[in-house]
Design a protein around this ligand. Sequence first.
Ligand SMILES: Cc1cc2nc3c(=O)[nH]c(=O)nc-3n(C[C@H](O)[C@H](O)[C@H](O)COP(=O)(O)OP(=O)(O)OC[C@H]3O[C@@H](n4cnc5c(N)ncnc54)[C@H](O)[C@@H]3O)c2cc1C
Length: 366
Amino acid sequence: MSITCDCLIIGGGIAGIGLAAHLGAERSTVVLEMEDAPGRHATGRSAAIFIRNYGNATLRALNDASVEVLGGGGAFAETGFLAPRGELVVARPEEMERFAAYLDGAEGLEQISVAEAMRLFPILSGDHVAAAYEAGAADIDVDRLLQAYLRAARHAGSRLVTSARVSAISRKGGVWRVEAGGETYEAQVVVNAAGAWADTVAGLAGLSPLGIQPYRRSAAILPAPAGLDVSAWPAVVSASEAWYAKPEAGKLLVSPADEDPLPPQDAWPDDMVLAEGLDRFEKATTVAVTRVERSWAGLRSFAPDRTPVAGFSGAAEGFVWLAGQGGYGIQTSPALSRLAADLILERAPVLAPAVVVALAPGRLGG
Ligand SMILES: Cc1cc2nc3c(=O)[nH]c(=O)nc-3n(C[C@H](O)[C@H](O)[C@H](O)COP(=O)(O)OP(=O)(O)OC[C@H]3O[C@@H](n4cnc5c(N)ncnc54)[C@H](O)[C@@H]3O)c2cc1C
């Protein structure tokens, strides 16, 4: 006996669960997640920052379209998911070209003096020559956002099935048939929200890959520098993205901002990559790294044009892509989930038509 529903979402990360929440009760929905809990991969490993000026023009449109829900203005929570943090971009002489590129077209990002930057981030080394500050950058409470999406999805009657790895996908008589966790599911619409595994899942359905490549990104938690209260420091990124840091529960999260291509997998940090990144952080600050309390890595998955892929495939009826969110998948989840829901429910998308086109899989032949 197969389990039937209108919409089958493959992947229980922020993308899949967010979509289930946005679909509401208008479609019977099942989310299939191969792990024993949602959010185990990229979603549970992020740096949890909202930065309005992060990413290309399409991503900035998604960031803008997401801020209301993240701020608590949507139907998902009484209070928002953002806490003020601010982001400081700092440049040494050799980073000035990248600094200018970062400022180009940015909104709400103000150039400030290096002295002011050192006041905000007292461990900055003295060889920096330029700085800019985005006051609106914020910490995202990712777990609460995921739980809020889950609650909304359950309230609308959706089901999340964990320990259900999708192993086969076929289509017959206008219906998708999906094998997962010893069950067979049937649905009119299948959504590929499988994160780093998006091209693998497309392959199961007989579709060509779009070239969605996972890249490892690592992070380490360091004790706060002796005698300093870091809790009000902003997030800080070097203009060439050689490292970034942000306060994390009274300690410092430091990332080498690494981007090494890997096959989809349960990622872990490479010791050498982490050590080299921490060395770059040490050289840009007055801090000596003596102890790493813990570290982790996750995969940020990008399409070749570094823009997410959201929309119906032109290659197979009833197949929706919701993938390639790169390093922006948490902060853009309200807008991307809403778009995918609008398309599935045959509503006019809230996003501008040019943004919808820029996200469509057709641009990559999908
Ligand atoms: C270190 C790091 C820092 C980041 N920082 C930020 C940040 O500050 N802000 C931000 O907005 N974004 C950030 N990101 C990016 C963000 O985490 C991702 O863009 C986002 O989590 C992607 O969500 P997803 O649901 O597409 O993927 P995932 O969370 O990876 O979910 C995909 C799910 O699909 C499941 N799956 C795969 N194949 C199958 C199958 N065959 N059957 C069933 N299930 C399957 C997986 O188990 C997984 O749970 C960061 C990422 C990393 C790694």
